[in-house]
Structure formats: structure tokens, C-alpha cells
Design a protein around this ligand. Structure first.
Ligand code: SF4
Length: 408
């Protein structure tokens, strides 16, 4: 039966007792969404580039669509590809990003609770922007798009963006029937600041050589997207940090003898989580995954205006969001920065077919790595759909590449 969200209910039951703080965060969010569905509460859809503080302060249940579309492999390994196929069968072009096809497919298969409203930031890419238009068309829900300037360094760009962000708050008020209580928002932002401080410290510890962990911290998920500004999000990030600190104190490292430090400059491969664990067998550690690096800072809450401005700035910082919305220079600067700071010996770029803006700039990325003196592997792999490149093929490509890196 569709429309009962049984898959997500099964997933919730499966993960709710987890001791992993990041998975626990997803479980908490999933449980809250299902409760909102059962109680008939309104739901707001949003993309991964928007943090959750406004929704938390207004007490509106949110669904980050990119997360919802790809959650659930643990209880049905075919779930995500079924979503993608449903989108294809409805005529969605197959070169649309598979994160986005999974959203549209979820809706068509009635596996996603309908929204009362949709909020969007016009980034990072055309794929995302057109998808949310399709989502609004399919659901009939009202949508607000925060228009982001192409060049944030241009005079007046930030003021324009803050105005757009204030429009987002008004839209949420209008369609939820609730008025923003700015004292409550201040509490929520102070809570999210605590979360961000733990998050930044965990990222700092990953700069140690040898690194305490390998692979994604999951900081983007627990820190930002779904429940940022709630005590449980802060607790999840603190647990992650405490565990990382303990590892450092015990002298525990991801790989005792690091032969290669890999900068993974994209999301991890969602369907192939064991990949980075396997890389450890080759002596390679991944101290940095781009999706952990929101480059966030605590927000000044001393006045309402400063707080809203800080939130607006934070909403520009999602990796991929900030890198995909304007000129490519910022992407290249971030690449240099991450290689320097996390002491990368090489870079792997998972060439997700939907990311045409990255694919179109492979030459610039290659030049930047050459300038930096680090080898680069670009290989085709879909981050969501396992049918494009198999796990075996990934391992073959990475093993060959790392052999040349380690031999240098
Ligand atoms: S930036 Fe790439 S991965 Fe992100 S939504 Fe767009 S196409 Fe998909």
C-alpha cells in the first residue's frame, strides 16, 4: 500500500535504538516526521542547503527532500532505484541528478508525505531548481524561492540576500499561520551555535596526522539539515566530538601508518558506505569529505537584525550550494584550502553524472591539483544510483590510483 510510509516506519524501527549519534539524529527526525503525519500536522519541504533553525523556532515539521528520497536502503535495497525508475517512467530525463529523481519518484509512488509549503534556495544547480518546480506542480503546495545572487562579493549582494531570507520567514509565517517569536529564535540559534562549535572542533581534529577517523563525520546530517537548533542535534554533535577526542587521547588512529591522505571532494557514495573502510586496507585515510565542511561560524545573536543576517549567511554556506551557485573560483579556492588544511596527498572527485557544473569544470580542477602538486582521480560514479558504476569498478579505479600515489 502506498501513502502509509511503511518503508520509513520500518526504517525508523530499525534504526531508532542505534548508538551511532549521527544515525540516531536521522532516526529522531524520521520519528518526528511520522508523528507529524499521524497527527495531521503541516509539513514544509526544503533542500539540503537550508538549515533547520527557522522551522524549529516556528515548530513546523520539516522534510529535507534530498534526504527523504534516498533513505531506506537498509530495509529495502531496491527502494532508491525504484524511486529513480518511477521518475524515468514519468518522463523525467535520465540526466537529471539522481538525488532529484529520487525525490520526484518518491512523490509519484506516494512514499513522501505531502507538503503544506515548500521553501527553496535557488542553488546549487539547475537540476535542483527544476526539481522543486516539479515538486510544487505535483503537490500543488505554495513555494518560496530565495533568490541567491551570482556574485556575493558584489556591492549590495548580501543585503539583497538578507532581504530574500526575510521573505522566506514571512512566507513561513503566512502559510503556517504562526508568527515568528524572535526570543524563541534566539534560543534556537544559540543552541545551533553550540552544535556548530562542536562540529568545527571535530573537523579540526581530523587535520591531525595520522587522523583519528576516516570518511565522513556525518556532520552535515546531524549538525545542519534536519534538526539544527535542537538539543538533540547538539548532543549528537557533542557525542561525535567526544568520541573523536577520546580516540586522540588514546592515540587511536584510523590508519596507523598513513600511506595516503585522500581529500574526497564531494558527497560520499551513499550506496557504498564500506568503500572508505576498504580504502584503509590500502593504507589510505580520508580525513576530509566535502559534505562535512559547511565552513559555518557561530551567529551573533546580540540583535535580531544581526541574528537574521547570520542565519542568512549560514544558508549560503552549504558545500555544493555555495560552490554551485556562482563563478567556479570559490570551488577552486575551497579545493586548495582543503588540501592545505587537511594535508591531502591526493584528491578523489566522484564524477556524479547529475553535476554538470562540476563535469564542465574538470579541466580547471585538474589544473588546480597540478598547481598544488597533488594527483587527482576523476571517475564516473553516481552517488545515489548503484547501476552506473559498480562497487567493484570503484575499487579497481581507486586501487590503481592509490598505488601511483603511494609510489610517488
Ligand atoms: S549539485 Fe550535483 S549532487 Fe547536488 S543536487 Fe545538483 S546535480 Fe545533484
Amino acid at each position: 500500500m502506498t501513502g502509509d510510509y511503511q518503508l520509513q516506519r520500518n526504517l525508523y524501527e530499525f534504526i531508532k535504538g542505534t548508538e551511532d549519534p549521527v544515525v540516531g539524529m536521522s532516526a529522531k527526525w524520521l520519528g518526528q516526521v511520522l508523528q507529524a503525519v499521524d497527527e495531521g500536522k503541516p509539513i514544509v519541504y526544503h533542500p539540503f542547503t537550508l538549515f533547520s533553525e527557522l522551522f524549529v523556532a516556528l515548530d513546523i515539521q520539516s522534510i529535507c527532500c534530498e534526504s527523504w528520497g534516498v533513505l531506506g536502503r537498509e530495509v529495502d535495497p531496491e527502494h532508491v532505484t525504484k524511486n529513480i525508475d518511477a521518475a524515468h517512467e514519468a518522463g523525467i530525463p535520465d540526466d537529471l541528478c539522481s538525488f532529484d529523481k529520487a525525490i520526484i519518484g518518491s512523490l509519484l509512488l506516494e512514499k513522501m508525505p505531502p507538503p503544506a509549503m515548500i521553501v527553496l534556495s535557488a542553488m546549487p544547480c539547475n537540476s535542483s531548481t527544476i526539481t522543486y518546480q516539479a515538486v510544487a506542480e505535483l503537490t500543488g503546495a505554495p513555494m518560496w524561492t530565495t533568490d541567491s545572487p551570482y556574485d556575493m562579493g558584489e556591492e549590495g549582494a548580501m543585503d539583497y540576500w538578507v532581504g530574500q531570507y526575510k521573505g522566506l520567514i514571512s512566507f513561513l509565517e503566512t502559510h503556517s499561520g504562526k508568527k515568528m517569536d524572535y526570543d524563541r529564535l534566539k534560543e534556537v540559534v544559540e543552541e545551533s551555535n553550540r552544535c556548530v562549535e562542536y562540529w568545527l572542533e571535530a573537523m579540526e581534529l581530523q587535520k591531525l596526522r595520522p587522523a583519528p577517523r576516516s570518511g565522513t563525520l556525518g556532520a552535515g546530517t546531524s549538525g545542519s539539515i534536519v534538526l539544527c537548533g535542537t538539543p538533540s542535534s547538539t548532543a549528537a554533535m557533542k557525542a561525535l566530538l567526544d568520541d573523536t577526542r577520546d580516540r586522540v587521547a588514546r592515540g587511536e588512529t584510523a590508519v596507523p601508518d598513513e600511506k595516503a591522505r585522500v581529500i574526497w571532494f564531494h558527497f560520499g557514495i551513499g550506496w557504498d558506505r564500506p568503500l572508505m573502510e576498504w580504502m584503509k586496507e590500502l593504507g589510505a585515510v580520508v580525513p576530509y569529505v566535502e559534505f562535512d565542511d559547511y565552513r559555518v561560524e557561530p551567529i551573533d545573536t546580540s540583535t535580531t537584525e544581526r541574528m537574521v543576517r547570520g542565519l542568512a549567511l549560514r544558508a549560503l554556506q552549504a558545500p555544493m550550494g555555495k560552490l554551485g551557485r556562482g563563478a567556479f573560483d570559490e570551488y577552486i579556492e575551497d579545493l586548495h584550502y582543503s588540501i592545505d588544511e587537511w594535508k591531502g596527498d591526493c584528491v578523489v572527485l566522484a564524477a556524479h553524472p547529475g553535476c554538470k557544473w562540476i563535469m564542465g569544470a574538470c579541466g580547471l580542477i585538474r589544473d588546480a591539483c597540478r598547481e598544488h602538486g597533488v594527483p587527482l582521480l576523476v571517475y564516473d560514479v553516481d552517488l545515489v544510483d548503484p547501476r552506473v558504476t559498480s562497487a567493484e569498478e570503484s575499487r579497481t579505479r581507486i586501487e590503481q590510483f592509490l598505488a601511483t600515489v603511494i609510489d610517488r
